[in-house]
Design a protein around this ligand. Sequence first.
Ligand SMILES: *[C@@H]1O[C@H](CO)[C@@H](O)[C@H](O)[C@H]1NC(C)=O
Ligand SMILES: *[C@@H]1O[C@H](CO)[C@@H](O)[C@H](O)[C@H]1NC(C)=O
Ligand SMILES: *[C@@H]1O[C@H](CO)[C@@H](O)[C@H](O)[C@H]1NC(C)=O
Ligand SMILES: *[C@@H]1O[C@H](CO)[C@@H](O)[C@H](O)[C@H]1NC(C)=O
Ligand SMILES: *[C@@H]1O[C@H](CO)[C@@H](O)[C@H](O)[C@H]1NC(C)=O
Ligand SMILES: *[C@@H]1O[C@H](CO)[C@@H](O)[C@H](O)[C@H]1NC(C)=O
Ligand SMILES: *[C@@H]1O[C@H](CO)[C@@H](O)[C@H](O)[C@H]1NC(C)=O
Ligand SMILES: *[C@@H]1O[C@H](CO)[C@@H](O)[C@H](O)[C@H]1NC(C)=O
Ligand SMILES: *[C@@H]1O[C@H](CO)[C@@H](O)[C@H](O)[C@H]1NC(C)=O
Ligand SMILES: *[C@@H]1O[C@H](CO)[C@@H](O)[C@H](O)[C@H]1NC(C)=O
Ligand SMILES: *[C@@H]1O[C@H](CO)[C@@H](O)[C@H](O)[C@H]1NC(C)=O
Length: 462
Amino acid sequence: MRAALYVSLRASLTAVLVRGVLAAAQSSSLSLPSELYSSSIGSKILAIANKEPAPPTYPQYTDRSQGTWQYFNPNTTWTTGFFPATLYAMHTRQTLCPSENDNTDWVTLGRSWSTGIIPFETHNGLEHDVGFVSFPFQEELQINPQNSTAITAVENFANDLAARFSPIVGCTRSWDTSDPTNFEVIIDNMMNLEVLFQAASLNNNDTLRQIAISHADKTMTNHVRPDGSSFHVVEYNSTTGQVIARITSQGFADNSTWSRGQAWGIYGFATMYQNTNLSRYLDTSREMATYFLNNMPSDGIVPWDFNAPLNPPRPADTSAATIAATGLLLLSRLEQSLSPPNTTGSNLWTNFAAQLLTSTAQLAWKPDWQSLLSNGTVNNRANPPNNLTGIVYGDYYFVKAGNDLVQMGLAQCNSSNASTTTASSSTHTSTSHASKSTSSGCLRLPLLTIACLLALLTSLRL
Ligand SMILES: *[C@@H]1O[C@H](CO)[C@@H](O)[C@H](O)[C@H]1NC(C)=O
Ligand SMILES: *[C@@H]1O[C@H](CO)[C@@H](O)[C@H](O)[C@H]1NC(C)=O
Ligand SMILES: *[C@@H]1O[C@H](CO)[C@@H](O)[C@H](O)[C@H]1NC(C)=O
Ligand SMILES: *[C@@H]1O[C@H](CO)[C@@H](O)[C@H](O)[C@H]1NC(C)=O
Ligand SMILES: *[C@@H]1O[C@H](CO)[C@@H](O)[C@H](O)[C@H]1NC(C)=O
Ligand SMILES: *[C@@H]1O[C@H](CO)[C@@H](O)[C@H](O)[C@H]1NC(C)=O
Ligand SMILES: *[C@@H]1O[C@H](CO)[C@@H](O)[C@H](O)[C@H]1NC(C)=O
Ligand SMILES: *[C@@H]1O[C@H](CO)[C@@H](O)[C@H](O)[C@H]1NC(C)=O
Ligand SMILES: *[C@@H]1O[C@H](CO)[C@@H](O)[C@H](O)[C@H]1NC(C)=O
Ligand SMILES: *[C@@H]1O[C@H](CO)[C@@H](O)[C@H](O)[C@H]1NC(C)=O
Ligand SMILES: *[C@@H]1O[C@H](CO)[C@@H](O)[C@H](O)[C@H]1NC(C)=O
């Protein structure tokens, strides 16, 4: 019923959305979950970091009941880079939050955990995911731009991805297939394009930039539907360049919208705009973010697929929520970087990100688990389905979102503690992104906020 209503409102929703929601957003302060800055984040991550396996394997997801990390071979696992990248993110947090008395040497831990990835720079089983695996080396270059090991790693991973580019198709190949003329591209691949820009900034090889732009343009045309939703997989014929099929691998159905793919799209197109200033990418990120917002259920919890049946209850995917939130914070900064700054757009995305983080912390903050969060869905189409776990990238983007909010001047590291979820309160005061007075009861109750926003949209529309 709600879904049908919002589908029917779709045509005029964007305009209404921006006017209606922004009226509310501008008169509120940002409500964030205290868990974002909990001291247990550092202690949990440190405990795992101190147990570096030899030979190196990397945490990807937890079991479903105890929350114990499961470890995987770095040569074949796309998530290998996220734990080392989390260690670098903790270093960033330490520099942002000097009053937190954290004396951990996160950079040494990040470097140590990166070392196991180096053998896979050129010959690996990572396919397009070399971009994700390069994250810790990109982080290293923020700290030491002269580190030649990290420079070489970023360049090698970028060349590896570039070697998967087909000029006929116009994309980098995501997955290898038994029939090489079946050229599969997944929406997730948008997130792997950043390494091409990073390498191009090191060696000024413009071919790398052009490959990223071509891939993004094809994805914009063939993965993103007119309503801003997305297909997971597009199959091209590598001989003709034609689209053969639009299907799913991890979503509910070929024509459904897998929420993590949608989140990668929001973030990936925002990153493309950041790297090119081409407005079509900003528009695509906005459209995908608008779809995400419009299709949120009233409980504010991101389901693993927006079109999965409600019965039995849909498992959440908190990784989709934290990826989307971090992507929305980037989108918010990009709106703010426009000339003149789009403060209304910026506030819209920041508020939505804060709501996602709040509902995620309320549902899934797990003090007893090794992971920070539970209720991630790795792959609900696996046999058996792999849902309701901790996930390493869900945790990574939770930490990164917390950092980004501090960097944006929207949160303080110590303005709250981890004891409760209901008194979520790292409330910032006036900044360019939001102002102080809270006039709406809706906006003081984080759990209800999305329902309130949807109600507001409906009332404006009807
Ligand atoms: C350079 O980075 C690599 C990989 O991130 C790391 O293993 C190494 O310790 C770093 N070297 C220096 C001198 O910082
Ligand atoms: C990693 O996997 C690739 C592809 O299977 C293989 O060619 C390469 O030798 C492996 N590298 C190592 C260091 O095991
Ligand atoms: C630029 O990158 C492409 C793709 O990796 C590579 O084929 C080409 O040789 C590079 N050009 C130079 C001048 O290094
Ligand atoms: C791609 O097109 C070629 C030439 O028409 C054909 O031989 C091949 O079977 C096609 N591959 C797929 C996967 O459709
Ligand atoms: C997907 O296709 C099925 C079967 O045609 C249809 O019932 C369903 O409504 C479609 N879902 C979406 C999201 O378009
Ligand atoms: C995009 O435009 C901004 C503002 O003019 C500028 O600061 C930035 O360097 C540009 N970025 C790129 C990748 O061209
Ligand atoms: C979240 O996970 C718990 C178990 O860890 C489960 O009982 C609950 O149903 C899950 N909720 C959602 C919305 O996924
Ligand atoms: C501001 O941002 C909103 C949300 O992305 C967008 O709909 C609107 O067109 C933007 N306005 C301008 C002037 O760019
Ligand atoms: C979640 O995963 C469990 C364990 O594999 C499976 O039994 C269950 O059917 C899945 N839930 C849904 C709604 O798909
Ligand atoms: C809280 O952290 C901020 C930096 O985020 C720092 O400036 C401030 O002094 C800290 N306040 C307390 C009470 O520790
Ligand atoms: C959180 O803050 C409240 C009020 O400042 C304090 O009473 C409580 O002990 C703190 N809890 C933790 C776990 O630090």
